[in-house]
Ligand binder design. Structure first.
Ligand SMILES: [Zn+2]
Length: 313
């Protein structure tokens, strides 16, 4: 993570017009379509380019309607700066400072972007040769950074890491999913191979066709593993620990998705994120803090939540 001064210089200076153009292209990749009558021609109603009227039926529509940005009062430039910064993966606190919005706005923007990433992820199942690793989140982080007291109250969250390998054994896709399972009630064992049930469920839900079609390599958990899935898991734990001071169970899945998105899309991350934001319906604050769709209920709880210092992502 660069220092806050250098990262400040790094935030791009977009114009509202350029952002509107990019969102337009993401929302209507084949050109404008009236949402009511599908007519392809429109009048621009506002100088800021966020309101359109259909030339055929006079239906008025907003550029952000039906996108992740729907209903926002935040300038598009700040949204696009947030999308840019998601290529790095920063906390809401730092985002608020960098794009000059309140912490709550920054938190919401980051989570709405993660919501779009969740859709991106859902449309891309794993395929081909697979590495599968049943891991626990919480255990390693607290073992290195937490007090003995905190460790005593740990209920690790089972997570399955799946990696797709292409013909040349290069990583072509990574997914990490928090899974509900009985394993979460027991302390994690290093080098253990339990978690078969979670892995089976993971394959059913996140591999194309619901079953592995290529070679499957089940991996042992632990820090000394050298497989791509081990590396990815170590990387995500470092990121969560350093950037957020660890993540609670409620939003863990959204952060895992964000990490995998970055890991896979790399140089295309910004383009992919803009496209995904333009084609994903938004989610409300309530939708975010209430039951998150597509995420299994997580049993994992700290015994003494009030005594644990948790930063909010
Ligand atoms: Zn129309």
């Amino acid at each position: 993570m660069p220092s806050r001064f250098s990262i400040q210089d790094y935030v791009p200076d977009y114009s509202e017009e350029d952002c509107a153009g990019a969102l337009f292209a993401a929302k209507w990749p084949d050109g404008f379509r009236c949402p009511r009558c599908a007519h392809p021609q429109y009048y621009k109603l506002s100088s800021r380019g966020r309101q359109y009227e259909c030339k055929s039926c006079a239906h008025q529509t907003s550029l952000t309607a039906g996108t992740v940005l729907e209903g926002t009062r935040t300038p598009l430039t700040k949204w696009f700066q947030a999308m840019f910064l998601m290529q790095i993966g920063i906390s809401a606190k730092l985002l608020a400072e960098l794009i000059q919005v309140t912490y709550k706005t920054a938190w919401l923007i980051n989570h709405k972007l993660r919501h779009a990433i969740g859709e991106w992820d859902r449309e891309r199942p794993l395929a081909g040769d697979l590495q599968l690793l049943a891991e626990y989140y919480g255990y390693e982080y607290h073992r290195y950074f937490g007090s003995a007291f905190v460790q005593g109250g740990l209920r690790p969250q089972p997570v399955v890491v799946g990696v797709s390998l292409d013909g040349a054994a290069d990583v072509s896709h990574v997914k990490m999913k928090a899974v509900d399972g009985p394993e979460g009630d027991h302390p994690a064992v290093r080098g253990g191979t339990d978690g078969e049930e979670s892995v089976e469920r993971f394959v059913h839900l996140h591999v194309a066709g619901g079953e592995a079609s290529g070679h499957v390599e089940p991996l042992q958990r632990g820090h000394h593993g050298r497989a791509a899935a081990h590396h990815a898991w170590l990387e995500v734990m470092r990121w969560l620990a350093r950037t957020f001071g660890g993540i609670g169970p409620k939003h863990l899945q959204a952060y895992l998705n964000e990490f995998c998105f970055r890991r896979i899309s790399r140089k295309e991350a910004l383009t992919e994120l803009i496209a995904s934001c333009g084609s994903t319906k938004t989610v409300t604050y309530r939708g975010l803090v209430g039951a998150r769709s597509g995420i299994r209920p997580i049993k994992w709880v700290f015994r003494h939540p009030a005594r644990i210092q948790q930063h909010t992502g």
